[in-house]
Design a protein around this ligand. Structure first.
Ligand SMILES: [Zn+2]
Length: 132
């Protein structure tokens, strides 16, 4: 079971910690965290491919211009995160009109919003369909 807990970070911002206790981990351990007031990995999105398969194909093919069901055109590109809490992780960056709109990390795949509460469901779905 994942529980939520509110705490203040050293930067003075309120953070929501998501922690868990189970048989293998009798002491609570933090599974994720996010800023209060931001949505966090909201609903589920059913996808047929794993994140790493989509990421790999995107890495091999380079930036792709795709379209969501709602007819929103975007570019997707595969990267490895160079800094922050996701450093070293594979990420898919979504660009809209040349500006970065969202990042999809492995943990966000299959959710309607990413870690930062940005809606990614439509982009994930298009990427999932693009992969073959
Ligand atoms: Zn995430």
């Amino acid at each position: 079971m994942i529980s939520k807990m509110l705490c203040s970070s050293h930067t003075g911002r309120n953070l929501l910690l998501f922690w868990r206790i189970d048989k293998a981990h009798p002491r609570p351990y933090i599974v994720d965290y996010g800023e209060v007031g931001k949505m966090h990995h909201q609903g589920r999105k059913v996808l047929s491919h794993d994140f790493n398969i989509v990421w790999k194909q995107l890495m091999d093919s380079g930036s792709q211009s795709l379209r969501t069901k709602a007819d929103h055109i975007f570019d997707a590109q595969a990267y490895v995160t160079s800094k922050g809490s996701h450093r070293g992780e594979e990420v898919i960056r979504i660009f809209s009109d040349g500006k970065e709109y969202a990042r999809i990390y492995p943990c966000c795949w299959g959710h309607t919003t990413n870690c930062h509460g940005t809606r990614i469901g439509g982009y994930s779905e298009s990427l999932d369909h693009w992969v073959r």
